[in-house]
Design a protein around this ligand. Structure first.
Ligand code: SF4
Length: 322
């Protein structure tokens, strides 16, 4: 398939509005993230949402928090427990979710009773003490409605592996949108899958085999159904963090493509760098750079088509840390 024929869709990301520097927090402040706006902003188009403002709580506003009430989690006022915005936030989330059909990811503000992706404190209604943790109400609604959507919190982006994982998922999901906009056919699905084989292999080998079986039978079933099953399984698999051991497996696999082209010294050099990466002595970019050099010297169409070789813009330097 000629991928230059794919439509070039904007890479759109939903985001908690306060992370962009918008003064929408309960105290009229913001939580601007320079990494998001200045680095990721070079590649992503952000669509901001502030659920608390959207349901009419105003700026400034009394703070709310998650509270355990009769076995369920409610969002209630900190100072006024009679204020309950649970249903309004859930309803707003259900309204937003269908409008996120063409976005490729969502960045949430950590710790928020509305936007937190996970580990938001839940308080006991009687004692007022934190007793548990959960997702923010709006974030939970979005994640349940769109389980394949790549999501992350701004705080977790400071972790190199979580950051790389999120950005890789976003770019893959964006490519998926481009394929779908072009028209998903069994042949297009095979092409998409083929180009992402090594990427999946680095995250989840059992899913890699399951996706292969799904794609192999795509011509015998309704393509919309197969495509839906495929993308859900793929995005779930990619959520698993690729470990150095799994990357090493892929690197050794790639090295096999050069076995008839490299002399003993070149093979030893590449093996040495792969081993140094496996031992976490050098970052992934080190063996990958040598692989890219060998690929230029010994072109291979199948290998060159693998998005694993260049999963995201080099300027983001996501493979440069151990
Ligand atoms: S965390 Fe969410 S609800 Fe709170 S200010 Fe930011 S966007 Fe609004």
């Amino acid at each position: 398939m000629d991928i230059t024929a794919l439509p070039s869709l904007p890479l759109r990301i939903g985001i908690s509005s306060c992370l962009l520097g918008n003064q929408v927090r309960f105290d009229s402040g913001h939580k601007h993230s320079a990494y998001i706006t200045q680095t990721l902003g070079e590649y992503f188009e952000f669509i901001p949402f502030c659920p608390e403002v959207a349901i009419g709580l105003g700026i400034p506003r009394p703070p709310v928090r998650l509270v355990h009430v009769d076995g369920s989690i409610r969002v209630r006022g900190v100072r006024d427990p009679a204020q309950d915005v649970t249903d309004a936030l859930a309803e707003y989330g259900r309204t937003v979710a269908p409008a996120l059909g063409d976005v490729s990811g969502y960045l949430f503000k950590k710790g928020s009773p509305s936007c937190g992706m996970e580990r938001v404190k839940v308080y006991d209604a009687e004692t007022g003490c934190p007793v548990d943790s959960a997702s923010g109400l709006y974030a939970r609604t979005i994640m349940q409605a769109l389980p394949e959507l790549p999501v992350e919190e701004e705080g977790r982006l400071m972790d190199a592996r979580l950051r790389e994982n999120f950005v890789e998922r976003v770019f893959i999901y964006h490519r998926w949108h481009c394929y779908c906009a072009h028209g998903m056919t069994p042949a297009a699905l095979v092409d998409f899958h083929t180009r992402h084989k090594f990427s999946v292999l680095a995250h989840d080998e059992p899913a890699y085999r399951e996706l292969g079986r799904l794609v192999a039978g795509a011509g015998k079933r309704d393509i919309e159904t197969v495509a839906g099953e495929y993308i859900r399984l793929l995005m779930r698999a990619l959520r698993k963090i690729a470990t150095p051991k799994q990357h090493t497996n892929v690197l050794m696999h790639i090295m096999g493509f050069f076995k008839d082209h490299l002399d003993a010294d070149d093979k030893a050099e590449l093996l040495d760098l792969i081993e140094a990466y496996r031992r976490e002595q050098v970052p992934l970019i080190v063996p990958m750079t040598l692989i890219q050099h060998h690929l230029r010297c010994h072109p291979d169409d199948y290998l060159a088509a693998q998005y694993y070789i260049n999963p995201h813009p080099r300027e983001l330097m996501l493979r440069n840390r151990i």
